[in-house]
Structures are given as structure tokens and as C-alpha cells.
Design a protein around this ligand. Sequence first.
Ligand SMILES: Cc1cc2nc3c(=O)[nH]c(=O)nc-3n(C[C@H](O)[C@H](O)[C@H](O)COP(=O)(O)OP(=O)(O)OC[C@H]3O[C@@H](n4cnc5c(N)ncnc54)[C@H](O)[C@@H]3O)c2cc1C
Ligand code: SF4
Length: 333
Amino acid sequence: MNSFALADCSTVEAALSQLKDGAVVKAGGVDLLDRMKNGTDTPARLVNIRNIAALRGIHPTDQGLTIGALTTLAEVADDPTIRSQYTLLADACGHAATPHIRNMATLGGNLLQQLQCWYYRSADFQCLRKGKDICFAFSGLNQYHAIMDYGGCPSVAPSSGAVALLALDASVELTSAARGKRTVAIKDFYVQPDANPHRFHVMADDELLTAIHIPKLAPGTRSAYQKYGEKESHDWAIADAGILLEMDGNICRRAVVAMGAASPVVRRSHEAEAVLTGKPITPETARAAGKASMTNAMPLSMNGYKVQLFPVAIYRTVLLAAGQMDRDPSAAG
Ligand SMILES: Cc1cc2nc3c(=O)[nH]c(=O)nc-3n(C[C@H](O)[C@H](O)[C@H](O)COP(=O)(O)OP(=O)(O)OC[C@H]3O[C@@H](n4cnc5c(N)ncnc54)[C@H](O)[C@@H]3O)c2cc1C
Ligand code: SF4
């Protein structure tokens, strides 16, 4: 790891004043220190925001819920309001990584973690995402890579939290010293690699992610998240599904089907949502939704299994959200 200066900040203003000349923010440090140890990131200065008390906590508001960016995944997963009302977010945070990591990792850092493509995370490979015109995954080891919407970079969206927050129509609050606060919907936050392979999100270098806002839920909303992995635990998803159902009795008034490890940016399957909307939730409609989610799938040489796995993940998670199936014991986390 390179040597670096450390600016330990206890207020947002102090941290914002340090965000210049290539300084990099450290929250829990789980992702950032991993990249520094790999040698892919060599920042000269870290801005440690972990001790900014104002950026922690879960607060009900007139509009819904505000979560401070430094709230840990464990705190989100254990919060009674989130568990009872925003169940898929509690599921997503509570099944990410390991108990130790969930106590360190922050929700803001989870949304901002970088790609898990093993070529990208090795200092030995220079690819499209690092300014070259090559991707090693297309002809190399691509079993964990994307099956849709990938253009020139089939890396996958790594954040479980983003899957849940996309389904919840959440937004992030970004703050800079020069321009103050702005709010960006999660659906507009991440950048498709074909639009700009050098940016993962729309946040500027002088901005801090300060909070996550989640709107109030419509009456009759039920939700669930499940993640499937190669290992039972301690790993990122190879397929994950965040499901939100707005129910009138047994009829689904509105459905959101969010998917994580299918594409470079968390995505909704509008095809699966159309299958569920206006219908009763049954094993048949849930199965049809899972099948519809693969409409645009274009698997690579080693990840055709995901075309079978995602429909199962969506089928079981739709029924879990509807209260018609227990949590899948073979789900990871
Ligand atoms: C073994 C293992 C398994 C894992 N499994 C999963 C999984 O299943 N699901 C999942 O979602 N994740 C998983 N992770 C990833 C882990 O959850 C993330 O690394 C962690 O959430 C990052 O949070 P952090 O606070 O440590 O971020 P940091 O490492 O501190 O920061 C991450 C990035 O975001 C920037 N940043 C952080 N906070 C802010 C902010 N407030 N404003 C501006 N910039 C900021 C940093 O500069 C850095 O680039 C796993 C990790 C490991 C090691
Ligand atoms: S998948 Fe993306 S990050 Fe991975 S090697 Fe290809 S271009 Fe780079």
C-alpha cells in the first residue's frame, strides 16, 4: 500500500473543505482499503469521514425516511421501522458480506463501492474502465459477469443496498462546499459504461454523499430481497432480486422487480413487472415474471447459468414478498 496523509474530520464542513487535489473519502474503508492494498488506487490523501456523527442515524420524516450515509449496514438491517416497513432494505443490508463487515460498512459506502470485476481490481490489468480499449472478460473468465445491458463492459453492479433502494424509488443527497445540496434518484445515479466507461456514478469529486431519502410506501406494500451466491455467505451475489408489490387484496396494483448482478448498473425488469401488474400473485404469475425477466439476456461464454438462476430468484422472492413462501434456505447471506 502507498503511504498517504490522513485528514480525520468530525464535521461535514471540515470534510468538504478537504475534498480537493485528488483527496479520497474513507467511510468504513472496506472497499477503499481493499483497492489500496491491491495497488489499483494510490491516493495521496484520505479524508476520514467515519467519525462525523451528523451523518449517522435513521430518521422518519413527513416524506418517509432519511438514513445518514454513515449508518452501518448492521444498523439498517436491525432497525425496527426498516424491518417492518422497508423489509427488502433490511434483507439486502442484513445479508450482505459478513457480520464483521456489516458493522464496519456504511450504507453510503455500499452504494459507492467499485466494481468487483477481478480484472478491474488487479493492478496487473488495464482495461476499458481504466482508459484502455480492451476488456478481458469477453474472452476470459466471465462466470460472475453480466448477462444484459453491458455494451463494452460486462462488469456487474455489486451493491445489494442499491437493488433495494432502486425498488424503493429512493434518492441520494449529495453535498458540496461550492454548490450546496442536490438530490439524485437512485435510478439516475449510476452511469452505464457505454455512456462513460470512466464514471460509475454522477457524483462529483468535491461532493459527499450525505443521506439517503426513501419515500413513504403506498398502502398495501409488501417487499422482499434475496441474494444467491456461489458460497452460502461471505460473498457478493451472483444473482439477486429486490421485489416490491403494492397489493389490493390479492391483486397486485404495482410491481417493482429490481435486479443486481445481471448488468453493470442496477436495473428494473419492466417485462417482469408487466406480468405481475393487475394480476393476483400466484406461483404461476411469479414464475412467468421470472421468465419474463430474461427477455434481453445475452449470456457470455461462462455465465449461462445466470439465465436459469435469475428466474428462480425472482419467482421465490415474489412469493416471499407476497407472504406465500418462506425465505429460501438456499439463498445466500
Ligand atoms: C467478503 C466480502 C463480501 C461482500 N459481500 C457483499 C454483498 O453481498 N453485498 C454488498 O452490497 N456488498 C458486499 N461487500 C462489499 C461491502 O459491503 C462494501 O465494501 C462496503 O459496504 C463499503 O462500505 P464502506 O463504508 O466500507 O465504504 P468505503 O470503502 O469507505 O468507501 C467505498 C467508496 O465510496 C467512497 N465513499 C464512501 N462513503 C462516501 C460518502 N459518504 N461520500 C462520498 N464518497 C464516499 C469512498 O471514497 C470509496 O471510493 C462485500 C465485501 C467483502 C469484503
Ligand atoms: S468487465 Fe469491465 S471492468 Fe472488467 S475487464 Fe472488462 S471493461 Fe474492465
